[in-house]
Write a protein that binds this ligand. Sequence first.
Ligand SMILES: CC(C)(COP(=O)(O)OP(=O)(O)OC[C@H]1O[C@@H](n2cnc3c(N)ncnc32)[C@H](O)[C@@H]1OP(=O)(O)O)[C@@H](O)C(=O)NCCC(=O)NCCS
Length: 162
Amino acid sequence: MTGSTIRQVRPGSLDDAAVCADIVAGLPEFFTRDVIDKVRTDVTANDPWVSVEDGAVAGFAVVRRRRSTVAEILWAAVSAARRNQGIGTALIEQVLNELRGDGVQLVEVKTLDPAARYAPYAATYGFWTARGFVHVDTIDPLPGWEPGNPCAVLIAALAPTR
Ligand SMILES: CC(C)(COP(=O)(O)OP(=O)(O)OC[C@H]1O[C@@H](n2cnc3c(N)ncnc32)[C@H](O)[C@@H]1OP(=O)(O)O)[C@@H](O)C(=O)NCCC(=O)NCCS
């Protein structure tokens, strides 16, 4: 973060759906065009969080509560021009802290398995694993994903389960 940047992570709202979709549209190496509408829908149907930099939304995450103690991060993205500046880390750390405070023990995220040998997602995989997410399974093919995209299932524990 630069010295004068004002950064805030806050719960998202319906009003943020369009900018979240725009962020995804600006990351064509990571997201196919057909998921843009899905992002918009998921932002409105689940629990979005947004990272605001100097008043503008620069990143977002969408959380789905599977049950009281389990959550999934459905989407996470930072605008192309702002990646690798710590925004995603601050966002995910706050989201995980909020979930822990709300009784969540396990958080799942699905991403492209490194076996796909696709460099952009190698960075994403490194992001999640460096933040405590453990690769527990690979599903290939995952229903709903294009063939040839092995899905890595990663889990972070926020609290002991036994
Ligand atoms: C993944 C994403 C949300 C992270 O947000 P971000 O603001 O760029 O992340 P940060 O700047 O906080 O941290 C990036 C980290 O990834 C690390 N990283 C970058 N490239 C890497 C690589 N090839 N291998 C391993 N780690 C890598 C950086 O070193 C940094 O870690 P560090 O702070 O420990 O050094 C963002 O980059 C993004 O939108 N990516 C494209 C969309 C995407 O993949 N979304 C997730 C789908 S599951």
